[in-house]
Design a protein around this ligand. Structure first.
Ligand code: GLU
Ligand code: MG
Length: 458
């Protein structure tokens, strides 16, 4: 970050101050997501925004080492109380928070005091992977699906805020004003929504947003969750994005959709491969499929993630792919005939919202790029629920179960060269050490205790 860049950022923020003042903005929340998937914040009064854009706001690097219970890992590359970082808001994403009158929000990138990129900044990492993709002539469009459960009041026990059946209109009627306020808030924030619907689990709802550039998709995931939380609180509701709100039943996923583009062409369709996939899309998808066990250390990073990631719960617990198959970890979606250029995409189902979305973006793109470099091939698609096949039939079809514990996922992550290289030794080591530190927290805990301790953290 040189002085020219600082001046440009200061000017960009300064030009917006009047508009945001007119919108009633008093404070600006500057957020990043830590390695345990928790959104952390510093705020500045609106008048300070230009200075914050140019010089950043101080925050300790110790947050790289925060566990979900706020205990701090004493790690090889993180956890020291010494040093300071600068949080630089991305003014292009500055948004008035419709669910929190008086507040605006912007995501930050983290630099050191010398203006160098912090090696453990996940948002800058995601941006670098987008650049690596551009270097091979491709762009990606991505979107995170948001599933959550609403609970009545502020108690720690989960009390579903609606009783209607799964996908039932009753739930929309029960939560009619809440739902309208939520849709209005997201529209006011400029979030392009595809759908809102009641989900399967008790008190569970879902929003899908339109695809956008990968870093924007991760930013939007943060914005949407905080907007859902704010609107819920104003309606006396508490919100859980946890992978397993209750041990029984289905969990909350955070599925990631991805399409790959060469110039203005979606290469997920119109090709010679299975279901119209191009050779590029096949290799990219295979790169992700091959690395799913390791990617889980990033996309399903909590001990509670493995209460959710079980067969026959639409969570994608098997390492395989299929056309519109909700039990394969990779679900390929073509969309309707006539609209495939717009809609064909790959959905990674096995991830959840305890993940840092910037790490997910970086991990998925790094895995896909590795697949491209290897000219990787996809196995045959799977057309049924793998759990309904015999173990012998699964083995014959080359379908393996994904890791059933965080320990297994972390071990795979540590061995996965493409991810280790992309993340760099500092961040990759911190992630692995922090996951093990969280395993220590939950050692000997029952599933109910794991669910309870994770329920309200994200
Ligand atoms: N709630 C399911 C999950 O844990 C996903 C349901 C769906 O396919 O939308 O991922
Ligand atoms: Mg869903």
């Amino acid at each position: 970050m040189d002085s020219q860049e600082r001046s440009a950022r200061e000017q960009q923020a300064g030009e917006l101050i009047g508009e945001f003042e007119d919108a009633g903005v008093v404070g600006v929340a500057l957020t990043y997501v830590d390695n345990s998937g928790i959104t952390r914040v510093k705020t500045v009064p609106l008048a300070k925004l230009p200075a914050a854009a140019a010089w950043g706001v101080g925050m300790s690097p110790v947050f790289d080492a925060f566990r979900l219970d706020d205990m701090i890992l004493s790690g090889t590359y993180a956890g020291s109380p010494v040093g300071d970082l600068r949080l630089h808001p991305d003014i292009a994403r500055l948004t008035v928070l419709a669910g929190q009158p008086g507040w605006a929000w912007a995501p930050v990138d983290r630099y050191d005091q010398e203006g160098e990129a912090h090696p453990q900044c996940s948002r800058l990492l995601a941006g670098r992977l987008v650049d690596n993709l551009a270097a091979v002539g491709l762009t990606a469009r991505m979107a995170f699906e948001v599933e959550w459960a609403v609970s009545v009041g502020d108690g720690d026990d989960f009390v579903p805020a609606c009783q209607g059946p799964a996908y039932g209109m009753i739930r929309v009627s029960e939560l009619s004003d809440y739902s309208v306020d939520l849709l209005a808030a997201l529209a006011a924030e400029g979030v392009r929504l595809d759908q809102f619907h009641p989900e399967y689990g008790a008190g569970q709802l879902e929003i899908s947003v339109a695809a956008e550039s990968p870093v924007d998709a991760a930013d939007t995931f943060v914005l949407v969750r905080e907007t859902i939380r704010a609107v819920s609180l104003r309606h006396g509701l508490r919100v859980s994005f946890s992978p397993k709100v209750l041990v029984e039943g289905v969990g909350n996923g955070a599925h990631v959709h991805l399409s790959l583009w060469s110039d203005d062409t979606n290469v997920m369709t119109g090709g010679d491969g299975e279901f119209g996939l191009s050779a590029t899309a096949v290799s990219f998808s295979a790169g992700i499929l091959d690395r799913l066990p390791a990617l889980l250390a990033v996309g399903a990073p909590s001990v509670a993630s493995y209460l959710r990631l079980i067969p026959s719960h639409w969570a994608g617990a098997f390492a395989c792919w299929g056309l519109e198959n909700r039990e394969t970890a990779l679900r390929f979606v073509t969309g309707p005939a006539g609209n495939r250029q717009q809609s064909a995409n790959l959905e990674v189902k096995c991830f959840d919202a305890t993940a840092n979305p910037y790490l997910v973006v970086a991990g998925v793109l790094a895995a896909g790029l590795a697949g491209l470099a290897e000219n990787a091939a996809l196995p045959a698609p799977v057309e049924s629920d793998p759990a309904s096949m015999s173990a012998t039939a699964r083995a014959a079809a080359g379908i393996a179960a994904l890791p059933s514990s965080l320990e297994e996922a972390v071990t795979a992550f540590e061995k996965e060269r493409a991810l280790q290289n992309a993340f760099g030794v500092e961040l990759a080591t911190t992630i692995a050490e922090l996951r093990r530190y969280e395993m220590e927290l939950f050692a000997g805990a029952s599933p109910e205790e794991i669910a309870a301790l994770t329920r309200w953290k994200h």
